[in-house]
Design a protein around this ligand. Structure first.
Ligand code: SF4
Length: 189
């Protein structure tokens, strides 16, 4: 079965893609993440994705679009409810690409993270699949998260410290400030 695998980053792709390839899936790795800001961070994550697929010998398609205006327009005024929109935007593009590439199905590394809303990712994937006329593979990759990141560490890949958008970049420091009152400002730069 031909499977397009949307990757939010290289470290989250490593173990799940290896697992699905071992199950017999013909994996096509796919990058489309206009949610990652700022630009330097975007380039670092895309670089880690490219390095991983090159080292593993996986086929890959990259939509290299730093679409910050588009992303912000989509989520502005909806900071609290932004993540389901962000999932759907990326998975809609992945589903359409899967159909265009003749894949039978698609899935996403967003299903590996304990920090994401797993049910909302599943819902966005199912909606995107229905619109594009391809199947969505609804796997729970969360048990592979630690292993996947360990693979990335051993390879020396860049591992990011926040989800992607400028809101999440702020929130990681806010969380630290709450955990360490008075001690986080120096760490925030
Ligand atoms: S926190 Fe992550 S999933 Fe949510 S909108 Fe920002 S980049 Fe997208």
């Amino acid at each position: 079965m031909r499977l397009l695998f949307h990757a939010c980053c290289g470290p989250c792709l490593a173990a799940p893609a290896r697992a699905l390839a071992a199950e017999g899936y013909d994996v096509l790795a796919y990058w489309y993440n206009p949610n990652v800001q700022p630009y330097r961070e975007y380039r670092r994550r895309l670089g880690a994705f490219r390095e991983l697929v090159a080292r593993e010998g996986w086929r890959a398609e990259v939509e290299d679009r730093y679409d910050v205006e588009y992303f912000l327009r989509d989520v502005v005024g909806s900071r609290e409810g932004r993540c389901p929109r962000c999932y759907f935007e990326r998975l809609s593009r992945a589903a359409a690409r899967a159909a265009a590439e003749g894949c039978d199905a698609f899935t996403t590394t967003l299903l590996i993270s304990r920090h994401q809303d797993h049910d909302a990712v599943l819902e966005a994937g199912a909606r995107a699949a229905a619109a594009a006329g391809v199947d969505f593979l609804p796997r729970d990759f969360r048990p592979l998260e630690a292993e996947s990141h360990e693979v990335a560490r051993r390879m020396g890949l860049y591992l990011q410290g926040y989800c992607g958008c400028i809101y999440s970049e702020e929130e990681r420091y806010r969380r630290r400030e709450k955990a360490e009152p008075g001690g986080a400002r120096s760490g925030a730069g």
